[in-house]
Write a new protein. Structure first.
Length: 95
C-alpha cells in the first residue's frame, strides 16, 4: 500500500496571531499513514495567554536530487483546516 509521509506538523501556516509568538504544543510531531493505519489525530494545546488562529495544510514530503520536495496533496484530508483557540484550550485535528 502506498505510504504517505506527512510533513509534520502538517506545515501549519501561521497567521498573524501566531506571529506574536503564541505558545502552542503539538503532539505527535510525526505521522505515518498507510493502508493498515489510514487515519490519525493530532492534538494542539494553546499554552499561551492569547487566542491564536491558524490554518493547517498537508504536503507530500519527498526528496528530489537530495533536496526536500514538498507538494500540496488532496490524497489526505484533515479537519478542521482553520482553527481559532482560546488560551488554555485544546483542539484535535483529524487526519
Amino acid at each position: 500500500m502506498r505510504r504517505f509521509r506527512i510533513f509534520q506538523f502538517l506545515t501549519f501556516l501561521l497567521l498573524p496571531a501566531m506571529a506574536l509568538a503564541a505558545n502552542i504544543t503539538i503532539t505527535p510531531v510525526r505521522l505515518e499513514l498507510s493502508g493498515q493505519h489510514p487515519y490519525s489525530v493530532i492534538q494542539l494545546t494553546n499554552v499561551g495567554s492569547e487566542a491564536v488562529t491558524f490554518q493547517a495544510r498537508i504536503f507530500k514530503w519527498g526528496f528530489k536530487e537530495e533536496n526536500d520536495d514538498l507538494n500540496a496533496t488532496e490524497d489526505v484530508i484533515l479537519n478542521p483546516p482553520l482553527i481559532t483557540m482560546a488560551p488554555g484550550t485544546q483542539q484535535f485535528i483529524r487526519i
